[in-house]
Write a protein that binds this ligand. Structure first.
Ligand code: CO8
Length: 258
């Protein structure tokens, strides 16, 4: 089914590994389509409660495919941008947590892909940057929008205007990643984080994701109303009865995603 990515499932976690190491996992239209299909599957699959996205080899993703873009006219470039935005938006809107396990280069579209995930864990070998202006373009998979929201406008401009490449600890310092770990501990750290999330009620985690992501871009009053609306689904769920019942009965909750 997939040629450029690997898709596996284990213990309620979906693992999506971009596997195009000869091109540093660069994103072309085929890779984007496969990512879209994988995350669409994840969104529908009740067995999957969290996803971990990583890259094979030296790179997480070294950006959009420069050879492919070099041969494109403006309309083709715009179409590819829309494809990329669709993937980023899907990852951001599925009601399941997505963890980026950033193993190596996360440049351009790779940094943008990591930013579309909910939480980023970086290996000490990871490198981040938005080097697009050096290629005569601007970030086109959401980087001009997600980067300032994550790290602030001034720092985003510094990175985007200079194209500077930073390591994992600098990325953590500025709030681009949440955790940095030795390379050999990256997948364990991502799995531990996923396990800590999925022991909780899936409907509550999913609704919290939506409330945070949607509310973040609204004014406080509208965002508060959105939180009130988003609260209703988990509050009327079987998992709420189970979670609170388990607390009162002093036992562990068994959530059913209902
Ligand atoms: N696209 C295509 N091929 C790539 C890319 C890429 N982004 N990155 C690396 N490769 C290829 C290289 O061309 C090389 O291929 P070959 O072996 O056939 O020569 C192979 O991967 C290995 O790369 P290097 O030999 O360069 O490996 P190094 O370890 O020396 O360097 C780097 C690794 C630092 C990652 C280096 O390859 C590099 O700088 N890559 C480009 C990084 C970059 O500029 N990324 C931003 C791209 S632009 C972008 O992402 C825009 C997003 C919005 C798109 C909108 C759609 C239109």
């Amino acid at each position: 089914m997939f040629e450029n990515i690997r898709y596996e499932k284990k213990n309620n976690i979906a693992y999506v590994t971009i596997d195009r190491p000869k091109a540093m996992n660069a994103l072309n239209n085929d890779v984007l389509d496969e990512l879209f299909t994988a995350f669409y599957e994840i969104s529908k699959d009740d067995d999957v409660r969290a996803a971990i996205l990583t890259g094979e080899g030296k790179a997480f993703v070294a950006g959009a495919d420069i050879a492919a873009m070099h041969a494109m006219n403006a309309n083709e470039g715009r179409a590819m941008m829309i494809r990329g935005h669709n993937v980023m938006n899907l990852i951001e809107t599925i009601e399941k947590p997505v963890i980026a396990a950033v193993n190596g280069f996360a440049l351009g579209g790779g940094c943008e892909l990591a930013m579309a995930c909910d939480i980023r864990i970086a290996s000490e070998k990871a490198k981040f940057g938005q080097p697009e202006v050096g290629l005569g373009i601007i970030p086109g998979f959401g980087g001009t929008q997600r980067l300032p929201r994550l790290i602030g406008k001034g720092m985003a401009k510094k990175l985007i205007f200079t194209g500077e490449i930073i390591n994992g600890s600098t990325a953590k310092e500025i709030g681009l990643v949440e955790e940095v770990v030795p390379a050999e501990e990256l997948m364990d750290a991502a799995e531990k984080l996923a396990a800590n999330i999925i022991k909780n009620a899936p409907i509550a985690v999913g609704s919290a994701k939506t409330a945070i992501n949607v509310g973040y871009d609204l004014d406080m009053k509208t965002a508060s109303s959105f939180e009130i609306e988003t609260f209703t689904a988990p509050f009327s769920s079987e998992d709420k009865t189970e979670g609170m019942g388990a607390f009162l009965e002093k036992r562990e909750a068994k959530f059913k995603n209902k």
